[in-house]
Design a protein around this ligand. Structure first.
Ligand code: TEU
Ligand code: CA
Length: 576
């Protein structure tokens, strides 16, 4: 596989993420499963999607909903069997799409046989497969303060767990049931690459790689700066760490080097900078097709994800614009508002009350016409919203529940304000069951779902939107078709317009003589942006009355293109 070359099909692809627990339950046990996905493949195909990214379906104790894997080569019984997965791969291909699997190899489950063996003793074949460290000198292992350093884990508490059998701690950047693999051990890398090859041989088309820029840790394991949680920030020691490029280059060679054809690779990379991303995805020397960056989805975090601060349109434009600019010459962007870890964008940066349809479609228009590969998270295409759970019992996510416990019981914060933070920022906002119909359990399952459905499924569902030309779903279909049919969207340059306008998101895409001007009002006000749109006509809009007026209604979005016959110099935005 070469990242360079003319057949870069993934640049024009649109990706749809399926979170299997919450997509569709076929066998009536309340949990989404592989046959449920097969049942609904026509929905995904009819959207115009090219690639499905399937979140983990491997065997797992589900401490973190499958991101804690105890067997990389088998399917968890709650989702079905390996034969079911083969059937899904075949059905996806038969529908003209591709399938990529989640690759979670920064860590395994503590129930993985590799870890079970590693934890037994300091000697042995797998003794070095995880990251083991002695207690701090002069302390007694297992007691507070004896941890090898001050790092906290992503899901609250220390990043170290004591194992008496070895008289050592192991590192877990996520839950204590997710021990970090030791990538510095060559046998670990070989085992992972072997497993990846087996999946490619089974017929999948690539991987989404979980926290893949965390795999290489600085061996000093230095204390980190103290955060409001009271723990140290280990980030500088492992975010895009010392050998990450070498390890990913080795992976690329071992898994794809001997293959013809181009596979899809996207690395999830919290904390990655645009400059680093350009190196990871460089056409020539890069190791991945694209990365998921986190900058824009952290703009509304103050001291941390549970500490909200308002974000303005200007901030979002500055951030996404910088990513467009830095990856303009080499490298490639991925484009997302949502995934299984993020609150729903129509609730977060749209207006899910008065302007639900308008804001969902305006946000889609803006993002999906940037340069890069767009990702749609299940339910985004119908404008699914955050969920207003009134009780902590309704939440399921380990990050959410651990935070609640810590905030209320250790930090002593009032439970009502902690609940407000959960309602705003919890990952469970993304994980409520997919809303197929207005019927019981939103048509997701005939049994009681593993987590509550959003009450708004009575009016907000796929069935209600499928045949309605003015629905969010129909708009997504038009937007995706437009993207596929318009080369300037894929290959054109990107230039931000009106960077200082606090309401309007506007930009120009250009390829040869063709160009697009995208103008979207991301506010509840009526606004008149100062753009010269002479010689251009509206080719797409989310607004019922197709006005040629300069004034934009709240959340109105328009895509302009040169009128037929208009000279190529006659129209430009007044930006320069
Ligand atoms: O997420 C990586 C990650 O950094 C998240 O912990 C993120 O910061 C957090 O969800 C924001 O609230 C990946 C997966 O997408 C996530 O579901 C897993 O829990 C995590 O890795 C561990 O595998
Ligand atoms: Ca099921």
């Amino acid at each position: 596989m070469t990242i360079s070359g003319s057949n870069r099909w993934w640049k024009s692809a649109v990706v749809y993420q399926v979170y299997p627990l919450s997509f569709a339950d076929h066998n009536a046990d309340g949990i989404g499963d592989i046959h449920g996905i097969i049942d609904h493949l026509d929905h995904i195909r009819d959207l115009g999607v090219d690639v499905i990214w399937l979140s983990p379906v491997y065997r797992s104790p589900h401490d973190d909903n499958g991101y804690d894997i105890s067997d990389y080569e088998s399917v968890d019984p709650r989702f079905g069997t390996i034969e079911d997965l083969d059937q899904l791969i075949a059905a996806v291909h038969a529908n003209g799409m591709k399938l990529i699997l989640d690759l979670v190899v920064n860590h395994t489950s503590d129930e993985h046989p590799w870890f079970q063996e590693s934890r037994r003793a300091r000697e042995g074949v797998k003794a070095n497969w995880y990251i083991w460290r002695d207690p701090r000198p002069g302390t007694v292992g297992g007691e507070t303060g004896a941890e090898p350093n001050n790092w906290g884990g992503s899901f609250s508490g220390s990043a170290w767990e004591w194992v008496p059998e070895r008289g050592q701690y192991y590192l877990h950047l996520f839950s204590k049931k997710q021990p970090d693999l030791n990538w510095d051990e060559p046998q670990v890398r070989a085992a992972i690459f072997h497993m990846m090859n087996r999946w490619i041989d089974r017929g999948i088309d690539g991987f989404r790689m979980d926290v893949i820029n965390f795999i290489s840790k600085n061996p000093a394991f230095a204390d980190g700066e103290i955060l409001p949680t009271g723990f140290g920030d280990g980030g500088p020691s492992f975010v895009s760490g010392p050998l990450v490029h070498e390890y990913l280059a080795e992976m690329k060679e071992a898994v794809f080097g001997h293959r013809d054809g181009e596979y899809f690779t996207v690395g999830e990379m919290p904390g990655v900078t645009p400059e680093q991303a350009a190196r990871f995805t460089d056409q020539e020397g890069g190791q991945l097709n694209m990365v998921f960056q986190f900058e824009h989805v952290e703009l509304d975090h103050d001291t941390g994800k549970w500490d909200y601060k308002p974000v303005g349109i200007i901030d979002i434009k500055q951030s996404l614009g910088r990513w467009q600019d830095t990856l303009a010459e080499s490298g490639w962007n991925s484009l997302y508002w949502n995934n299984h870890d993020q609150p729903r964008v129509v609730s977060r940066w749209g207006n899910d009350r008065e302007y639900w349809y308008e804001s969902a479609t305006a946000l889609a228009t803006v993002l999906y016409l940037h340069r890069g590969t767009p990702y749609i998270y299940q339910g985004e295409e119908i404008g699914m919203t955050n969920v207003a759970f009134s009780d902590v019992q309704d939440f399921r996510d380990i990050e959410t529940l651990n935070y609640y416990e810590t905030a209320v019981n250790r930090l002593g914060l009032p439970s009502e304000s902690v609940l407000d933070a959960l309602r705003r920022s919890s990952r469970d906002n993304a994980r409520t069951p997919m809303q197929w119909t207005s019927e019981t359990n939103a048509g997701f399952s005939v049994a009681t779902p593993w987590m509550p459905v959003n009450e708004n499924h009575k009016w907000l569902n796929v069935a209600a939107q499928r045949n309605d030309p003015s629905s969010i779903l129909s708009f997504y279909k038009r937007l995706i078709a437009f993207r596929h049919a318009t080369p300037v969207v894929i290959d054109g340059t990107f230039e931000m317009l009106l960077p200082d306008d606090p309401h309007v998101y506007a930009f120009r895409r250009q390829l040869g003589d063709d160009k697009l001007i995208i103008v979207a009002n991301l506010s509840d006000l009526r606004v008149s942006p100062e753009l010269d749109l002479g010689g251009l006509r509206v080719v797409m809009t989310n607004h019922a009355q197709n006005s040629t007026d300069q004034e934009l209604a709240p959340w109105e979005a328009r895509v302009y293109r040169p009128s037929p016959g208009a000279g190529s110099n006659s129209a430009s935005a007044t930006n320069s």
